[in-house]
Write a protein that binds this ligand. Structure first.
Ligand code: FAD
Length: 392
């Protein structure tokens, strides 16, 4: 029988290392677009995707690629809103959330159970993978999607948060997500609260910060979530779902060193390959694009496959230059308590421009438009930060 992955069997076509967001989307895309290929995922955790909620705007995913994420969507809203000290704005752009439970179920529905291996990977080459339990697997191709590589090769700020699901028996009254409620106290950098109303009585609330340092005070932020709920007049009790994140916001760095840090020749996907929006650290739009492109790349030899992914990572890095520059302005030029002004100004712009920004697809005109007008940060500090590259 073909396709059972054991030490002794013939190599599978693709071994996906890490069954998180990027690895799982690749498995789903290949199952649909190249069903004859034998694909296997090796994931350390018991559940593919771990315990995660990933959200995205409708415009983050091209209409022709939507089929890949559609079955994973647990919640959809037709619009969302932002709140700043100066104004509130409703934007008629759809928003969606994927819950990892659905991702796990979907991948298990398309891959035979013996092709989802729960194990710790210790090392990998473009065609061979060694596991902590002593097993070795060979494959025609390996793609590494095990999350971040060596982040010390990059200059970073951080987007960090604690998110908690709250039950509000009397109803929270929200009918659409609040992507940014920056009308809150601007402690510790740019701060905003993010709310996803999953049902009339359940709301996922995330207390979020753009800060220079990665330290995360989970207890303190949980207390702020409770205080936020109280300020909204919600009589809320925490449910059994909490998420924390310390996401890298990239201002500059050495992509080649980042890539080499997890093996120069091995193909990579997701955050490990640098495929994320530098200013938001969100990777779902790029993970979808890569998953859809992969079936066309996979017929090459193992080494060319790795080179093709690396070339794609370089092109992505080049496209990200503008977002990294904005990161420098945010972290190096704006005083923490004033950072919200950058977003307050940005969110007055055309919704289509805002959508392209989040998708990492800003046009030349968008880029000029974002910077036009009276700067929200002191011009001298902005120029100095940009000239220094990595700022003060
Ligand atoms: C709490 C949180 C919320 C986020 N929300 C969003 C969002 O709403 N939208 C968005 O676009 N982005 C979001 N992000 C950012 C980013 O998109 C996610 O981190 C995303 O999961 C990255 O995808 P990935 O596949 O690269 O890595 P991951 O999804 O982290 O997957 C890596 C997988 O590799 C496995 N692994 C690692 N090492 C080994 C090993 N040695 N052996 C075997 N398996 C291993 C891990 O267990 C994990 O399952 C969020 C991040 C966090 C942390």
């Amino acid at each position: 029988m073909r396709g059972i992955v054991t030490d002794a069997s013939e190599p599978v076509d693709l071994l996906i290392l890490g069954g998180g967001l990027a690895g799982s989307l690749i498995a789903l895309a290949l199952a649909e677009m190249r069903p004859a290929l034998r694909v296997c995922i090796i994931e350390a955790g018991a559940v593919l995707g771990g315990n995660h909620i990933w959200s995205f705007f409708d415009s983050d995913v091209a209409a022709e690629d939507r089929w890949l994420v559609e079955p994973l969507i647990a919640h959809h809203w037709d619009s969302h809103e932002v709140r700043f000290p100066a104004y509130t704005r409703v934007i008629d752009e759809g928003y969606n959330s994927i819950e990892s439970e659905l991702l796990d179920a979907r991948v298990r529905a398309v891959l035979p159970s013996e092709r989802i291996i729960q194990a710790e990977i210790v090392d990998a080459s473009p065609t061979v993978v060694n596991l902590a339990d002593g097993r070795t697997f060979a494959a025609r191709h390996v793609i590494d999607a095990r999350g971040p590589g060596d982040l010390t090769t990059l200059q970073l700020g951080y987007q960090k948060f604690v998110g908690q699901l709250l039950n509000v028996p009397a109803g929270h009254g929200l009918t659409r997500p609040i992507i940014m409620d920056a009308s809150v106290d601007q402690a510790d950098g740019y701060r905003f609260v993010y709310c996803l109303p999953f049902s009339p009585t359940a709301v996922f609330v995330e207390d979020t910060y753009y800060t220079n340092g990665p330290e995360l005070d989970v207890q303190g932020l949980t207390a702020r979530i409770a205080a936020y709920a109280g300020a909204q007049g919600w009589n809320a009790t925490p449910a059994n779902r909490i998420e924390t994140g310390v996401l890298p916001i990239v201002m500059a760095g050495d992509l080649d060193a980042y890539w080499r840090s997890t093996g120069a020749n091995i193909a990579k996907a997701g955050v490990r390959g640098g495929f994320f929006q530098p200013m938001t650290s969100y990777s779902l739009p790029d993970a979808v694009r890569l998953a859809i492109a992969l079936p066309d790349l996979i017929d090459q030899q193992a080494l060319s496959f790795g080179l093709a992914l690396r070339a794609r990572a370089r092109a992505h890095w080049r496209r990200g230059g503008y977002f990294r520059m904005l990161g420098i302005m945010l972290f190096r030029a704006a005083a923490p308590a004033q950072r919200y002004r950058i977003f307050e100004r940005f969110y007055k712009l055309n919704p289509a421009l805002i959508s392209r920004f989040y998708a990492g697809r800003s046009t030349l005109f968008d880029k000029a438009r974002i910077l036009m007008g009276k700067p929200p940060v002191p011009l001298f500090r902005a120029l100095r930060a940009l000239l220094l590259g990595h700022g003060e």
